[in-house]
Design a protein around this ligand. Structure first.
Ligand SMILES: Nc1ncnc2c1ncn2[C@@H]1O[C@H](COP(=O)(O)OP(=O)(O)OP(=O)(O)O)[C@@H](O)[C@H]1O
Ligand SMILES: [Mg+2]
Length: 268
């Protein structure tokens, strides 16, 4: 597969990954990833701990460089880009990191306005207005003056998301947004992802261990195992899968029931 195969833009996909490889020393983590991320949809990546989900997502926004392979963002291969060229592409992305990664010494408002202060020359009142709007969307309008260190886990996730969306990205990556949250906070975060996708029209990429959440909100589910995407389908297709690893992984969660015996059709 060569870069030229994908230079023509396909509007359906915002990101296309081909034959992506990454090793850390002798540890070959990504072993030929092929992945098509659909525009405006909620794309969920599942897979066991240490399989390379976070590493894959860091590649998508150019925070890591692969050893081999291509990543096309809106038809442009970002792998050969230098840091300056990459900055333009990164502006398309917002990321909610696995740890919410807020600045403890800042208030909620300061955390959320940080990307605007760093990356734009907007006047103070415009920044305040944009921050207030994002906080309102996420039900945080009364929390502006709170210190980040005072927030509960669920609230910190919402502040992290407010910060991720404040630059109005086209693509939002969520790395395990519901880990460590109680069932109600988890549902709230699910709703928040679905509503953000709907209201802002973003392309969402969610890494998740949470099968109930995954089946509740995904448009498409991908399973990463052994360094490759081994299964891919809509939730309905996944429930018909014949892939034994996928069935075991999903069934172990105890929250999702498959459709009878594996059929011969469906995903994968
Ligand atoms: N910067 C790095 N240097 C060396 N090894 C790394 C680095 N980043 C990740 N790894 C290794 O790559 C593998 C995949 O890590 P990754 O964080 O992507 O897993 P994951 O699928 O996100 O797991 P989890 O579900 O636990 O978050 C792990 O073995 C990890 O130790
Ligand atoms: Mg991870």
């Amino acid at each position: 597969m060569t870069a030229t195969d994908f230079t023509e833009r396909d509007e359906r996909y915002q990101i296309r990954v081909r034959n992506l490889h990454k090793s850390f020393g002798k540890h070959h983590v990504l072993r030929g990833i092929d992945l098509d991320i659909e525009r405006h949809k909620i794309n969920i990546i599942i897979g066991g701990s240490g399989q390379g989900k976070s590493v894959l997502c860091k590649h998508l926004m150019g925070l890591l460089k692969p050893d081999e392979g291509h990543i096309f963002v809106d038809g442009l291969d970002i792998v050969p880009l230098n840091e300056v060229e990459m900055n333009g592409v990164r502006r398309k992305f917002g990321m909610l990191f696995q740890q919410a990664a807020l600045f403890d010494s800042m208030t909620v408002e300061e955390n959320v306005s940080f990307p605007l202060r760093e990356h734009t020359n907007l006047p103070r009142n415009k920044i305040q207005e944009m921050v207030a709007e994002k906080l309102a969307i996420l039900g945080l309008h009364n929390a502006e003056k709170k210190m980040s260190s005072e927030l509960s886990g669920g609230m910190a996730k919402r502040v992290g998301l407010a910060r991720a969306i404040v630059l109005e990205p086209e693509i939002l990556i969520y790395d395990e947004p519901t880990t460590g949250l109680d069932p109600i906070a988890t549902k709230n975060v699910d709703n928040m992802i679905a509503e953000t996708a709907q209201h802002l029209g973003v392309t969402s990429i969610v890494i998740s261990h949470d099968m109930a959440s995954t089946f509740r909100i995904a448009d498409r589910i991908f399973m990463l195992q052994g360094g490759r995407i081994v299964a891919n389908g809509t939730p309905e297709e996944i429930l018909d899968t014949t892939n034994e690893d996928l069935r075991v992984f999903v069934e172990t969660s105890g929250t999702v029931k498959f459709h009878g015996q594996p059929s011969m059709g469906g995903a994968v």
